[in-house]
Design a protein around this ligand. Structure first.
Ligand code: ARG
Length: 588
């Protein structure tokens, strides 16, 4: 479906043409003076020079042509030559009727859908998830859903950090504690046990202990580095433990992400490209891209137009070890070979900006990607505590995802049981659903690149720009619809009608902006635009609700029209929150 603003502009453009002016002048925008009009057109002023006429004369000519317009109920020429516009309720009603009949509420599908890989989540196995990983997961999941809704083929890849020193540290610590484990017996050639020699909670203790020791004891660190190197080069026992760490961690991560309503199509990691690195390095050398500099192998990535220094991209360290870079470049190669995506999108902490600039330039220069392949990076800010520092637990530790979810859920439970009657079980389930909206909306409603303060009191509030407020609005609609049914009404037979009051019209106008909002959020990779849209929509709905008799409406036809409007509002809101990665309960 065409966007509402395009339809309105078309009508205006035809009017300009009929009045003898260039149609291009008839572009309409949303009014920046909603107190005066709904839309506006400034074309008469733009045309003054060309037609050597006072703008107000042009505007008056256009007004004259639009007397019987099916689109405009009011067109007024205002000095010095503005065209202030109001649209007809019947025109809006036609538009939302078409929206309601359309599977995507009027959003047009792309002529050529893109195949996109989104690299998000990025947890490091054996290490607990920190707040940065939570943001990556929440934002990435939403970007994936928005792009999918917009008709693109999207593959989400968790890109595990599963190949670094943290693995060597865990193995080293395990060896210190249990040197007799079969994995450490060099002469052993048989199969290794399928059961891991540690549980997930043991693993969670092993890593921090080892990490602490390595910081205090250089010999320990040297040992861990050697173990890492040996594991990477394929020492059997170490590889077997690595596999256990991976399995145990991934099972736990899957549980955690499921709680966050986040899921990945691919569970690949840095380790997956280990074997293709040597070939890629050769290719970069042979192509003349990579050269040796102070023993290391590097690719220059600076460009003439740079205003700041962009250091070369290091491919191999002087000891031949690969780096974070190397893995990312090899992963790009692997993704191109396996999936041939049109676009790659990465989500990380914004401190990795320069890093991704280097990696992308290097990938282009070395032709790992096609010239037309999109490489995009979305850097997000930090989730801070009220003290303005990165969010921590009360005792100053790394904030674990489970804890964050639990604390929010407990607070939500407290709030909903405070003044509502609900069985314990239902309250628990409902608290979980609302808590997720609080967490996710609290994050997604900010422009991703900005830091924000995690404020549990504000996020869990039923008022203001919050997830619970949006859910509350949806639940309010659902409850009216349920009552309508209880009164014997049928939801199947209701049809949308022209708005009859101002707040109803405002709600309808907000609904008609759905396709514009979603398209913008997708094009700009900006979930906060969906949040802004539904916040406005929820506000428009609630104002309408307070000013309009719905269930008490006596005219059955009018009542049915209002019910149809409620249904469309509910559907649009639920579609949007699904794009944000959460859902609404039946009651709350
Ligand atoms: N594991 C990384 C970290 O914790 C994030 C990975 C992001 N993705 C990537 N392809 N580099 O910082």
């Amino acid at each position: 479906m065409k966007k509402i603003l395009d339809l309105i502009s078309e009508e205006m453009q035809q009017a300009f043409e009929k009045a003898g002016y260039a149609p291009e002048l008839g572009r309409v925008t949303l009014s920046n003076r909603p107190d005066l009009c709904e839309y506006q057109c400034n074309g008469a002023m733009a045309g003054a020079k060309q037609y050597k006429k006072a703008p107000i004369m042009i505007a008056n000519d256009v007004v004259a042509v639009l007397q019987d317009s099916p689109v405009f109920s009011e067109v007024s020429a205002v000095a010095p030559g503005f065209l202030n516009l109001k649209v007809k309720e019947s025109f809006l009603a036609d538009y939302i009727k078409q929206m309601a009949d359309d599977e995507k509420f009027g959003l047009e599908m792309p002529a050529t859908p893109k195949k996109v890989i989104i690299d998000y989540g990025g947890p490091n196995i054996a290490k607990p998830l920190h707040v940065g990983h939570i943001r990556s997961a929440v934002i990435g999941e939403s970007v994936k859903r928005i792009m999918r809704y917009c008709g693109h083929e999207v593959i989400g890849d968790v890109h595990l950090g599963d190949w670094g020193l943290q693995m060597g540290l865990v193995i080293t610590e395990l060896k210190e504690r249990q040197p007799d484990l079969i994995y450490f017996d060099d002469s052993y050639t048989g199969e290794y046990p399928t059961e891991a020699p540690f549980t997930v909670s043991e693993l969670e203790e092993l890593y921090p202990t080892a990490s602490k020791k390595s910081k205090e004891d250089p010999a320990y660190k040297a040992k861990a580095m050697e173990v890492t190197q040996q594991m990477q080069s394929g020492v059997r026992g170490y590889r077997a433990i690595w596999q256990h760490i991976l399995n145990v961690s991934v099972a736990d991560l899957k549980k955690n992400y499921a709680r966050l309503n986040v899921d990945f199509d691919l569970w690949k990691g840095e380790s997956d490209v280990h074997d293709i690195i040597p070939g890629m390095v050769e290719y970069m050398k042979e192509g003349g891209y990579a050269y040796e500099s102070e023993g290391a192998l590097v690719v220059d990535v600076k460009e003439e137009t740079d205003t700041k220094e962009i250091p070369p991209c290091m491919i191999l360290k002087s000891d031949g070890a690969s780096l974070y870079n190397t893995t990312d470049l090899a992963t790009i190669q692997d993704r191109m070979d396996t999936y041939a995506p049109d676009e790659l999108i990465y989500l990380t902490d914004k401190r990795q900006e320069l890093y991704f600039e280097q990696v992308f330039r290097c990938a282009r220069k070395t032709k790992l990607v096609k010239p037309e392949t999109g490489l995009k990076w979305l850097g997000f800010g930090t989730m801070n505590g009220k003290d303005g520092k990165p969010f921590k637990t009360r005792d100053g530790g790394v904030m674990r995802l489970e804890v964050l979810i639990k604390e929010t859920t407990d607070e939500m439970f407290r709030k909903i049981t405070e003044n509502r009657e609900m069985s314990e079980e239902e309250a628990k389930e409902t608290a979980q659903i609302i808590a997720l909206s609080a967490l996710k909306y609290g994050d997604l409603s900010n422009q991703a690149s900005k830091d924000y303060v995690f404020d549990i009191d504000r996020f869990t509030s039923f008022e203001g720009d919050t997830g619970p407020y949006i859910l509350y609005t949806i639940v309010r609609i659902k409850s009216i619809l349920a009552k309508y049914k209880d009164q014997g009404g049928s939801l199947e037979t209701v049809t949308l009608q022209a708005a009859q009051n101002e707040s109803e019209k405002a709600l309808v106008m907000q609904l008609t902006a759905f396709n514009t909002a979603v398209e913008g959020a997708c094009a700009e990779i900006a979930p906060h635009k969906i949040c802004a849209y539904i916040y406005d929509l929820a506000n428009a709905f609630n104002r309408f609700y307070h000013e309009t008799k719905i269930l008490a409406e006596e005219n059955a036809e009018r009542k049915a029209g209002l019910i149809a409007l409620l249904m469309l509002t509910r559907d649009v809101l639920e579609t949007c929150i699904d794009m944000l990665g959460f859902s609404a309960p039946e009651r709350m």
